[in-house]
Design a protein around this ligand. Sequence first.
Ligand SMILES: Nc1ncnc2c1ncn2[C@@H]1O[C@H](COP(=O)(O)OP(=O)(O)O)[C@@H](O)[C@H]1O
Ligand SMILES: CC(=O)N[C@@H](CCC(=O)OP(=O)(O)O)C(=O)O
Length: 295
Amino acid sequence: MNESESEIQARLLAQALPFMQRYENKTIVVKYGGHAMGNPELGKAFASDIALLKQSGVNPIVVHGGGPQIGAMLNKMGIESKFEGGLRVTDQKTVEIVEMVLAGSINKEIVALINQTGEWAIGLCGKDGNMVFAEKARKTIKDPDSNIERVLDLGFVGEVVEVDRTLLDLLARSEMIPVIAPVAPGRDGATYNINADTFAGAIAGALNATRLLFLTDVPGVLDKNGQLIKELSVAEAHALIADGTISGGMIPKVETCIDAIKAGVQGVVILNGKTAHSVLLEIFTEHGIGTLIVP
Ligand SMILES: Nc1ncnc2c1ncn2[C@@H]1O[C@H](COP(=O)(O)OP(=O)(O)O)[C@@H](O)[C@H]1O
Ligand SMILES: CC(=O)N[C@@H](CCC(=O)OP(=O)(O)O)C(=O)O
């Protein structure tokens, strides 16, 4: 007979008990990507995992994305999505929609899901409590044919330049679970759209988080034979990028992991957000389920 969701939760809770002390009072930043959202059952399981972390004495912080959802809204408004180097080219009209979708509907949806578990979530973006400041991203791209580097003008795409932890420290001592959208102001008064992986890395780095989890749509970093690599050092990760084993969207993700570790995060995990209860299975089991990247 199939287990009901409440039976699954009870079983996971019983399995989790021996591991709970390990992360007591520790900060775990969870990046919840747009591709991992969308399935209501998975969404509920994610929210109950975050609630259970909080109940176990962990300080969970959710940073979410929403790339596909922004794309769908732009499409409805007759605006075409354009990416360069994996980042959304963001003009004034687009940044208004990005803020509306990320800091509005998606943020509140996640907050509501966590609140339905009985816990207290609070929805924020980089603007709230002067938490994050950004500046215009300075990206260059190499033309593969001519090898000439050119500067990309991505409009209102930002890079995090400052994180003020005051509000997050306050919330860590409270009942509230922060759910943060990757939108931040510049000192120039503009609003910037920031890649959610980069944003989560900056938050985790500023807080010296014990763990940063990236929920994506693959089990973790896979080797040349498609097998999951359980643990990777920074040096090994560089080598897998250099030999082409890590490619596409996984390159900036792993590079963000490396930056986060250099900034003081103890371990970063890439795992499958499409596996129900993936957060608990990672944190509260002996070996986890994804790829752990360590210094
Ligand atoms: N070595 C690798 N291991 C796992 N995934 C890889 C690897 N190389 C490339 N990828 C690709 O990276 C993708 C994840 O990156 P991306 O789509 O940007 O994630 P997200 O949208 O969740 O942020 C995977 O779906 C896979 O197609
Ligand atoms: C600059 C940039 O590209 N920003 C992203 C922000 C959302 C995001 O990163 O969402 P996922 O994690 O779901 O991909 C965007 O506009 O799509």
